[in-house]
Write a protein that binds this ligand. Structure first.
Ligand SMILES: Cc1ncc(COP(=O)(O)O)c(C=O)c1O
Length: 388
């Protein structure tokens, strides 16, 4: 019987693959490019600031999902790493022995994976419910491991976190009483503070008062926290203004992006990540179209005036529109007129989401090109274990 037309037999295993690119020019676009010198400098600067204020920097690795970047953060002075998903926890446990899962593991599979990680490294989990706490404690006790617990309090973002110091006290007391878990402290995320760092005085003072009161309530119940985990990139350089904080989890600052520059948390020259793209059309006057669309840049537009990115070398040129595989460059603020085939590098609004859309990160120091895998991308327990 002949095969139906249009159907092709599967390729034999081991068919030749394209050799890896050696330089930026050889990369097929769109591709994520990072400058390893800036990545290392951003890590060092963050760790230095933290050290100067007696804080531990425990960066959130959701921004890069890559062991290579995790290692640079640790070499730069990070103390442990933060993760959000079981996959991130499993992968980052290969590069550090101290992992914070800053996300409640809910559901049997996620709890089992967290407990397995706790068998390998010191694991701490931030959570905000008795349901999450008890399931975690029971699974950990069954496996004969101990998982650290931070009780999460909402400080204004209205996402996760119990709503009062008294609720923190109750959950912390419960954690102390259960086998399988160890009460280690409290966590909060000041994600509601998204104004320029020069305008953060009042929200940070309010936050500090709130944390101060929390510490009083816990102290008088003999539940003084060993760890007070907070921090974000927009507030990073003012973290020391919040009373009692012991560690900060800022992650975005490893690469920075348009949004962080707008909030004064970074300079444009600190942006270590961009999406390399090729101009594919100049047919419509006043614009150029590149091959980086929403599937490379992401469609996040927070506070960026309806635009989705800007050129690294010409920040006045913005991405004014996106389809899945098309990005529209607005040429109204420049006399530059790109030609088809010309390449550009685009800094996205929110780097963490863009990085998660990539096959890999390409580290380019101006001389050498290296592929950095993002082993922590993806979710399910059925994903193959990443190669070491
Ligand atoms: C719980 C938690 N901690 C830390 C971070 C890192 O903050 P940033 O992205 O501002 O660096 C995030 C970011 O979303 C977060 O959700």
């Amino acid at each position: 019987v002949s095969a139906p037309s249009g159907v092709r037999a599967p390729r034999a295993e081991g068919s030749p693959r394209t050799a890896g690119p050696q330089s930026l020019d050889e990369l097929e676009t769109p591709a994520a490019v990072v400058d390893p010198r800036l990545v290392a400098a951003n890590a060092r600067r963050a760790a230095e600031y933290a050290r100067a204020h007696d804080l531990a920097w425990r960066p959130h690795t959701k921004s890069h999902k890559s062991r290579a970047v995790g290692r640079i953060q640790l070499e730069g002075g990070a103390r442990g790493l933060t993760v959000a998903t079981p996959r991130e926890a499993e992968v980052m446990a290969d590069v550090t022995d101290d992992v914070l899962l800053a996300y409640p593991p809910v559901g049997e599979s996620k709890v089992a994976r967290a407990v397995r990680v706790a068998g390998d490294v010191r694991l701490t989990v931030a959570l905000d419910s008795e349901a999450a706490l008890e399931a975690l404690a029971a699974a950990a006790a069954r496996q004969g491991v101990t998982v650290g617990v931070l009780v999460e309090m909402d400080v204004g973002m209205r996402r996760v976190g119990v709503q009062s110091a008294e609720e923190v006290r109750a959950l912390a007391g419960r954690a102390r009483a259960l086998d399988g878990v160890e009460y280690r402290g409290v966590a909060f995320y000041p994600g509601h503070i998204r104004v320029h760092q020069d305008e953060q005085e009042q929200p940070l003072a309010e936050l500090s008062a709130r944390i101060g009161r929390l510490l009083d309530v816990l102290g008088s119940a003999d539940l003084a926290p060993a760890v007070v985990s907070g921090g974000s990139t927009p507030t990073f350089w003012r973290s020391h203004e919040v009373v009692g904080v012991t560690e900060v989890r800022a992650g975005t600052l490893i690469f920075n992006d348009r949004e962080q520059v707008a909030m004064g948390a970074a300079d444009w020259a600190d942006c270590a990540y961009s999406v390399l793209a090729t101009v594919v059309s100049t047919a419509v006057a006043g614009q150029a179209v590149v091959d980086a669309g929403s599937k490379a840049l992401s469609k996040e537009g927070r506070g960026a005036g309806g635009t989705f990115g800007a050129l690294l070398d010409r920040p006045e040129v913005t991405v004014s529109g996106l389809s899945e595989e098309h990005g529209i460059l607005d040429l109204s603020a420049t006399s530059w007129r790109p030609t088809v085939g010309e390449r550009v590098r685009i800094v996205p609004n929110h780097v963490c989401v863009s990085a998660n859309l990539q096959d890999a990160l390409w580290a380019w120091d101006g001389d050498h090109l290296e592929r950095w895998e993002q082993e922590a991308r993806g979710r399910g327990p059925w994903l193959p274990a990443p190669a070491r």
